[in-house]
Ligand binder design. Sequence first.
Ligand code: ADP
Ligand code: F6P
Length: 473
Amino acid sequence: MAEGKSRLVVVSNRVGPLSDEGKAGGLAVGLADALRRRGGVWFGWSGETSDQGTFREARTEEHGHTSLVTIDLTEEDVNGFYLGYANRSLWPLLHYRLDIAEFDRDSDRAYRSVNQRFAARLAPLLREDDVVWVHDYHFFYLGSELRQCGFKGRIGFFLHIPFCPPEMFTALPASHDVVRSMLAYDVVGFQTEADRRNFVAFCVQELGGEEIDGGLVQVSDRRVRVGTFPIGIDADGFAEFAASAEAGEHEDMVRDISHGRHQIVGVDRLDYSKGILERFRGFERLLEDYPENRGNVQFLQVAPLSRSELEAYVDLRADLEKLAGNLNGRFATLDWTPIQIMTRGFTRRALAGIYRAARVCMVTPLRDGMNLVAKEYVAAQDPSDPGVLILSRFAGAAAELRDALIVNPYSADDVARALQRALNMPQAERVQRWQSMRRTVFSLTAEHWCDSFLALLEASGTGSASDFDTARI
Ligand code: ADP
Ligand code: F6P
């Protein structure tokens, strides 16, 4: 633990790994960087199911000055809390996909119950002066549950994914309960100003609250700090990965399979929020409208499988394979396959090498909290010959990386035009755009994100929400 500071207790659904094990997910990557530096406790789900679930003895793993403490879920919890409420209701809704969000009473109950049981297991482990930092949409109720258990210290909450406008969020039957319970936190953080605005608008329009100068929201007699904290990466560390032997091997492999052709890369969990289908259509439009690229560019999509128990994800995989198959069938020649999809995980060193070999990286989500892949791509580039980042206007990162080529991912024409421009961009312009993005990525790092959130939380005063009671709000 850093000297003179309170102990940090981080809570998130997924815990670890602290080392590079090639697992995909932006939250784990951001928090591992922060905890490696500051130390503390990381509490969450073990990723395992057992009959006893949350009641089974916690497992603790010590890694230097960080303890990873995890508890199980039952099968029923996984179905109702994780697959049900978190990923069938909240995930699509918060990503503006009301059309596929599903709401049902049983998963709502399971979600509340898991939040309550996690709080009950965590509370006895807490010391009075701990600073608790809760992460993401799995644990909206955790703060108010910890207050119910009597914890009076500081608790902050950070949402890694977007927060949709109140006109949409009110479709969630428990929308008022969710936002009221979020007021138990001392600081609530979002990735972008748009997400923050949406949350504040909900408090004002739906709960009769008001926004007070200086980033405070007041609902009844409760005041909460609401801020924007764009997450970053460990940029120096990632640049070192890109210079490693493992990265070099992967860079060479990608260059070998490209046979001198320009390589375009996409790296995303296989998720409908990432806009991979639309990206493939944009690539297809490039080959249709700018035929000089046929035989001269290759597209590698790395898409590790994610939440494969859910129908929307199974359907997406099938649609992607079909689209890529049709596209390859239509354009491939004996010595050229336009699109390749790989669903395996890579170590971060290997990924850094893949990024470095790519002339273009496409990060074109339909809606995304931040998107760390965009920042990793920038950090991994060769300064004298960097590639071009194509970034969706709907990625949180677009608010910061203004020198990427910003596109509307829904427009195949727009995406194709950006691809054509990226593939033909003179070196001087590539270097100039990259230098500007590099400054952002290397200054707004994971460390900066963590320090600025915790500075505000630590300054917010102990016990400000100790008598919190949602019924009064
Ligand atoms: P999300 O959190 O929605 O998955 P992000 O872009 O913010 O999206 O973060 C994804 C993280 O997962 C990045 O750090 C990226 O390097 C990592 N990642 C993506 N694909 C792979 C893969 N195939 N193997 C290992 N890590 C991956
Ligand atoms: O960023 C959103 C997020 O849910 C993170 O919590 C995690 O990094 C990633 O998506 C992977 O999701 P899951 O934990 O459902 O596999």
